[in-house]
Every structure is written in structure tokens, then in C-alpha cells.
Ligand binder design. Sequence first.
Ligand SMILES: [Cu+2]
Length: 444
Amino acid sequence: MLTAGASMLPRFMRKNLLPEEVVSAALPDPDLFFAGTDGWFWLPPTPEIPPYHPDPYGADFTPPGVDPFTTYIFGFRNVTGMTDTQRENQQFKVQHNAPFFWVDQYDGTNEFRVQLTNLGLHLRPDLTDAHTIHWHGFRNVIPFYDGEPHGSVSVPVGQFFTYVYRPRDPGTYMYHCHVEDVEHVTMGMTSLVFVRPLQNGDASFYPSGKYAYNDGDGSTGYDRENALFLSEIWAKGHWGDAHIQESDWSTFKADFSLLNGRVHPYTLLPNSPIDLSASTNCLTVLTDSNGDLTTNPGYEHLQNNPHSSLITCNAGERVLLRFANLGFREAAMTLAGIKMRVVGRDASPMKGRDGTNTSYVTNTILIGAGESYDVIIEAPAFSGGSGSSGNGYDTYILYNRRYTQESNLSPGGSGGQRTEVRVYPAGTLVPQQYLNQHPDDLIG
Ligand SMILES: [Cu+2]
């Protein structure tokens, strides 16, 4: 043990200092290790927004034979378990959105540690920006780990910092870099994070033993869960950062609305190959010997948009949908044909102070910027009717009712925040193994 603080100073300097804190000399390894850097990703090249989209510069940084990346981004990568060389290789190789991760509610012993390093901006070495991880809406005991750069430390290029969390409030949050946040969030350094309740594992309320909150009655129990993260791309801002032009971020205009970093119909495609053993606290994509993200054959252009938004379940199952919106515009997420029960908002269960159940049933949720919703749907019986299209499942459309966000004004429409809930006959799908599992995922 090492005694840090006042006693390390000469006696005459100890006056007026805070009391000593005893800290462990050897902290445990971090649970996750993230890296902040820049890179490129792919959006449909139409509609064209000349000269900003598609950015022709992206072709210079796309592997041969692959549809050119269109958009310069900043972001985070999960580099947990990588060698130093593999991790350093990941400069200029980000993904959007950033990885989904989750933690267990603090039980008095299980602190959660996320280490962050800053690999620098490869394309913009003139921008020596620091990065942080900030959990939006998360009540920190001390500001030191908050990630807001005026009240806590940030991580300069080449440096390392470990955040320590004691999450006491279950629910769905979002996280983002808080340095020059309008730019860094919009450029892609953001995703969804959630806290699992202590009640998990107790099957006396709901058979799966999985819950959104410590409900005490099973009302938030579920069989499968999906994260649905809403973000936006302003093509001119991304082009400006790639081409060393000053952007006035106050003139932000969302050209693309994204669901889990993709637009419809790509939202329906599988996740990139999943590293199952590394996905205990973070949805982790398999990486190659270089540390690079692997891809699905034929979808190499989606290397840096690795995550699916497809929701699949068996008839009769409950599915928890965790929504969070870090775009600037309100979203009107509508599920046609299945009612949604709102069980949590902004990481707070829908219960009054006296325990009154304030959950409600709706077909549309309005999610403002910086808000999260926890919704449970109960999959109806399999009909095999007109919605099943002979594929062995019934299809229900989940989409943003605001047309410009649902279509991104793409040529055929439906090129934005839109996905599907597919309901299979009872017993068809095996139990879900990880967040956002897609039936066609390659699992390693
Ligand atoms: Cu940043």
C-alpha cells in the first residue's frame, strides 16, 4: 500500500491540504481498454452533397477493391488485450458508433475500470486534441472521473488514464468524448453504455433472471436485448476536418441520421464477426493479427460500421430495447404492429416515489438529444401471414416517423433510421448469447 497525498510532502507544506487518501499501490488491470483516434467509414454515396459527400479523399484510405469510404470520423476502438504494437496499429482505424459496453451495478466491491489512451489524429497531426470518456447522465461520486475537461483530467496524445466507476443506478446511458464536444461527439466519439441491476440472476421474478431495473416484481424482465443508438452526420463538418477547413459547428445540419452507425437497409445486415469470449462487457468485433477489425465477406466497406440494428426474437419472448439519442434532433421511433412498454427513461425506472407504476404503452417514443429510453416489447404469436414474406418470420418495421430522418432524402427513401423486428415461431432461435445478436453473425 502507498499513502498518497499530504504525507508525501514536507511537513511545512501539509497545512491546508485535504485529508490523506489511502490508495492501492498496484491497481487491478482495467476491465476495458479503449483508444481514441481518427479514421474513415462508409455511408451510401447517394444522395450526393457536392463537394462534401461522398468525400473523394476517402478512396485514398480504403483497401483495394472495396467501395470507397466516404466520411472522415473520430472515434473510439476497443483495444483490450491487444499487444502494444497491435494497439498502436489502430491509429486511423476507428469505428462508428463507438463500441457498446455495459457494467454491473456496484455492490460495494466491483469497481469497473476503463483505461483510455489517445493514439492521435493521423490525418490531422496539427490538432493535438486530448480525449476523455464522459458518461452522459451518470452520477459520479467525484468529478475526477467525469471526463468533462474543465473539472477532470483529459488524455493527451500518447498518454494513458484509467477511469474508475461505481455505478449505483441501473439503466441506459450514453458516453462520449467531452473535449471540444460539439466537434468530437459529432465526428463520432460516442456510443451507448448501460448498467445491469443487482437483481440480475434472480429468476424468481422472471425466468431468464435478466432485468432492466431492480423492479422487485419482474416487470422489467426480458429474454433478449438490443441497443439502438441514434447519431447524425453533417457532411460538411466531416469534410472540413478532413480537408483542414475551419467548421462553424453552430451551423450544424444533419445530412444523415444513423442507427448503430449505419443507415437502412444496411441496418439489417449482420454485425461484423463477433469475438464472443471478449464480449462479456463490450460488444467486441474479432480482430486480425494486426489488431484490425475483421469484416463479413462482401461487406468490407462496412469494416468501420460494425454493428447491426436488426431485432430478432421468438414468439412470446420479451425484448428489451435500449434507445439513446446523441444526435441534435428529436427522433420519433415508431414500431408498427407491436406496442412498446416504456419501463425506463434517462436511466430511471418508471416508478413513482411511492412505487406507483408509471410505465406506459405506446407505439411511438420521442427521444430528444441526450435522452435514453428503455422499452420492452412482447413478441406476438407467429402469424406466417403477409408480413412473413415466406422467410419463416413475421416482420414489423421500427422506424423514425420523421421522414427526413427515416429516409436521409436517399433516392429510394427508407435510407435512414429504420430497422425491423423479426418474430420467429416459438423455439426457433437459440437463447441470445450477446447484445444485438443477428442470426447470420459469424462468431469466433
Ligand atoms: Cu475527443
